[in-house]
Structure formats: structure tokens, C-alpha cells
Design a protein around this ligand. Sequence first.
Ligand SMILES: Cc1ncc(COP(=O)(O)O)c(C=O)c1O
Length: 340
Amino acid sequence: MIDFYSDTKTRPSRAMREAMLDAPVGDEQKGEDPTTLALEEQVADLLGNEAAVFLPSGTMCNEIALRVWMKPGETLIGDRACHIITSEGGAPAALAGAMVHPIDTAEGIFDAEEVRRVITPGSRYASGTRLVCVEQTFNLKGGVVWPVEKLDAVAAAAHEAGLHTHMDGARLMNAVVASGIGAARHCAGYDSVWIDFTKGLGAPVGAVLAGSRAFIDEAWRLKQQMGGAMRQSGVVAAMCLYALDHNVERLAEDHELATELAQRLADLPRISAINTPQTNLVFLDIDETGPTADEVVDACFARGVQIGAFGPRRLRLVTHLDVQRSDLGPLKDALSAAMA
Ligand SMILES: Cc1ncc(COP(=O)(O)O)c(C=O)c1O
């Protein structure tokens, strides 16, 4: 199987697995796992924050942050297609009691004016806005990179109004590599931020949420409450440390491959739109005359190629550690046959 479905499909390399063999471990819940502590310290430094906490997934990072920042009944602002709103099983409502004010944008990027326009002060009647969420890079609009000036302006507008700011950095390191601007600069205006190790960085489990010491203390209480505390998590944290050392700069290769992929697929029949990838995500819109996205996915699967359907006429293809240039030919052949 050639798998362009997602960068979450990466499997840990032999060298990454070997990194866990000698990792010192202890009871993580009690703060005694040296490898997890080292990972948290390294990520806190990378993101310019005081402290960080290791969590099983990015979704848990988002949901814990929402619970720290919001009281039930308060409102968060985010793009309508952001992961927090579309893909976390209703957790903002179920776990944080959050109201959601979705913003419609072309690329997942909004500006300070938009934030000022939609902020609602709380009253006897209205739910007050409490949190602004951004996603760097923006997944469902094609891995678009927020310019740091926009990130700063949105954060400043939120803080002026007394709101908190949160960055979903599932693919922040892709943005860092694509922009050449350090991670801490991207999230400088954000009260909480996290990075995922299970996407382009290629580790099997884990995400790290960062913020002030007080934020992380409260996040830890909620981690314990939600069953996210671990024991000898150093075996997994060791793979995340390996990922930081070995798999960040190489994200540039994924971005180049995504660009090449988009160029090579542009002349396929029945493609009505294709993004110019800034990072590793390619979205193809297919026209109404042929098969649906689900049918294309099934036909490609039958030819040994996995891709994703993200809407009745939208396909997503993702480049990552486990696909290479030589996979583009079979991908194109499978798509051509499927479209026909
Ligand atoms: C933008 C974004 N945020 C959050 C997540 C959730 O991360 P995890 O799969 O680690 O829970 C994803 C996963 O695909 C994502 O793409």
C-alpha cells in the first residue's frame, strides 16, 4: 500500500525505535520519568514557554487548553473548519461546555479586524467570548501557513479585549520549516500552544502542550482528571526526542514532494481545483461529471494507493516520511484510472 492519506500514517523507523531502548524511565504521573521531563523542557524552550506537559494526543492538548481557559457557557472563536470545531467529537461542548463562534475564511486565516468584529462581551443574555484559537498550519484549507504578523495582530486584538489565545500547532514545525521563522516567534502571542509528534515528525504517540507555569499546573490537574497521566512514558518520549533531533529539517522534503505532486496531478481529467501547497497537504477538487470523492478513494485503494475524501468532491493527499518521489507515478496512474 502506498499511503498518501495522512502524515499520521508514518511508522517509527528502526533508529527511532532504538532510541527508546536505553531511555531512562520512571513514574511519569509522579514527575519521575527523566526522559519525559527532558522532552517537556526541550519543547518548552523551543516554544519560548515556561513549562510544558506531555500528553497522549493533540486532541487532548486542545481540549485541556479549552478547559483551562474557559468556563462552561463561554465562547471560543476559530475558523469553521478548524480541528477543534470539526474533528474532536464535540469535545468543546462536552468537556469544556464551550459555545463556538465559527469564522468563515478562504484559507483558515482571519485578521484582527474580524476578531474585534465578532467578540461579544458577556452579559445576562449573551455568552461572552473568552478564547481565540488558531491552527498553524491550517489543515483543511491545504496546510496554509499563517504569516507571523497576522498571528501577532490576532493575538494582540484578543488580549486587548481580555481574551486568551490558543494555538493548535499540530503542524507548527511544518510552518517553521516552510517560513524559516523559529517556532517561538510563531506562537509568541499565544497563551498556550502545542506540537504533535505523530504527524510529519514520525513518532507513534505523543504531543506536548506548553504555556506558563500556572497554565501547566492547571493542565496537569486536568490531565490527571481525564486519565491522561502515564507511567514509564519515557519509552515514547524518547522517540519524540529522536523526532526533534532528526525529523524536523527533513519536513522540507515533504513540502517539495507536495509541490511536485500538485504539479504532476494538475493535468488529470476532471480536476476543477488544486491548491499550491505551502507545506505537505494537497487538496484536489473533482468536478461533478465523474465519480465522487468516495468512489475515487475506493478505486485508488483497489490499486494499492490510499488517499482521503474530505467532502463529496474533495480529495486530500499528504506527503510524509513514508512516501517518496517514486510513489508519484503509481499515485497518478491510480487517480487517472479512478477518474476515468
Ligand atoms: C490541525 C490538527 N489539530 C489537531 C489534531 C489532533 O491531533 P491528534 O491526532 O494527535 O489527536 C490534528 C490531527 O490530525 C490536526 O490535523
